[in-house]
Design a protein around this ligand. Structure first.
Ligand SMILES: Nc1nc2c(ncn2[C@@H]2O[C@H](COP(=O)(O)OP(=O)(O)O)[C@@H](O)[C@H]2O)c(=O)[nH]1
Ligand SMILES: [Mg+2]
Ligand SMILES: [Zn+2]
Length: 322
């Protein structure tokens, strides 16, 4: 690295513009030079383009005469959160779908779901837990909009996830219920808020950090048009070393890069039992001597969690590229 290079943090990506903050919080609009674009081309398969730079990346950049910047180096990532790039209608694509990185260098994945509107969906929570666990990021679960749910079924879900060892909060951002413990968990960390569109991610963040003033009720991503699927991920500094990353409503959340025989590791309820399966390559689908299937039958593993496991297993292609 030469002295002319400045270290910065990528906080937002819009089309070909990479917004980078230096240590004094000054923001520079940067571009990415051709040698990285070659990497785009390598990973491109007709309809897919995957970014090599992600929100949360540390980069070295140079300032150009017009005040914009040019990214020169991308620092190695501690971790990253990603999903499979969305399917595009009419595209024929063999093998596994490409990886779309949502953000890098993250401490917490705050999984936001809602009691109603949209209806509570534990499958999405389980997918996001798998993404967090496989990326070495701590999952934290928020079930928002409890003001809309008058019976007590959420207590059961709360207990299920709490028993698995996860931090889980039943909250209402609208009525400011249950949010008390959350700022402490986010303090000093980089936390990505992720979940279905409309569950209240931006609303929750606005209640916790009123100065953010995030737009509420934004339209979710479109998966069917264009060749470059843009996800407007926005990283903001709260103060000190506390950062939050808000994401728009993301429709498809399929974990990327997980092998069938590894999936059980990312379900704590399954991983604690799968050593007792007869075959160490057991995928707990229908293999003989499967201890996980037995545990589902005795009720030791919640059948809804097992169903989530099976659903994700089904999304893993047989011909993975690695
Ligand atoms: N009833 C109720 N509505 C909420 C709550 N939190 C958010 N909303 C509403 O849900 C809608 C979507 O919120 P938004 O924060 O944009 O969701 P996001 O897409 O996950 O960021 C908005 O109309 C919010 O006013 C809540 O706790 N209770
Ligand atoms: Mg939002
Ligand atoms: Zn098994």
């Amino acid at each position: 690295m030469t002295e002319d290079f400045i270290k910065g943090l990528v906080t937002r990506i819009e089309s070909k513009d990479y917004y980078v903050s230096d240590s004094a919080e000054k923001e520079f609009r940067c571009n990415l030079p051709g040698r990285y674009k070659k990497e785009f081309a390598l990973k491109k398969d007709k309809l897919y383009i995957v970014d090599v730079v992600a929100v949360g990346d540390f980069v070295d950049f140079e300032i150009n005469e017009d005040g914009t910047g040019t990214i020169q180096t991308i620092h190695e990532r501690r971790n990253h959160l990603s999903r499979k790039a969305p399917k595009i209608k009419g595209a024929s694509f063999r093998g596994e779908r490409l990886e779309q990185i949502i953000a890098s260098n993250v401490d917490n994945l705050v999984i936001v779901s809602s009691a109603e509107n949209p209806r509570f969906n534990s499958r999405v929570i389980d997918r996001l837990i798998v993404i967090a666990e496989s990326s070495h990021v701590v999952p934290i679960i928020l079930i928002n909009k409890i003001d809309l749910e008058k019976n007590h079924k959420l207590e059961e879900w709360h207990n299920l996830y709490a028993d698995l060892g996860y931090k889980i909060f039943l909250i209402s951002a609208k009525e400011n219920i249950g949010l008390e413990g959350i700022p402490d968990i986010l303090d000093g960390k980089i936390s990505l808020f992720w979940g279905q569109s409309g569950v209240g991610k931006s609303t929750v963040l606005n209640v916790i950090y009123p100065h953010l003033n995030l737009r509420v009720g934004e339209i979710s991503e479109s998966t069917s048009k264009g060749t470059h699927t843009t996800v407007t991920v926005l990283m903001q500094k709260i103060g000190g070393s506390t950062y939050i990353i808000d994401t728009p409503g993301i429709r498809e959340i399929d974990p990327y890069g997980i092998k069938k025989e590894d999936l059980g590791h990312y379900f704590p309820d399954i991983s604690s039992i799968q050593n007792n399966c007869r075959f160490n390559t057991c995928t707990h689908l229908h293999e003989p001597g499967c201890a996980v299937i037995d545990a589902v039958e005795t009720g030791e593993i919640d059948p809804r969690r097992y169903q989530s496991y099976l659903n994700i297993l089904e999304t893993i292609e047989d011909d993975m590229r690695f």
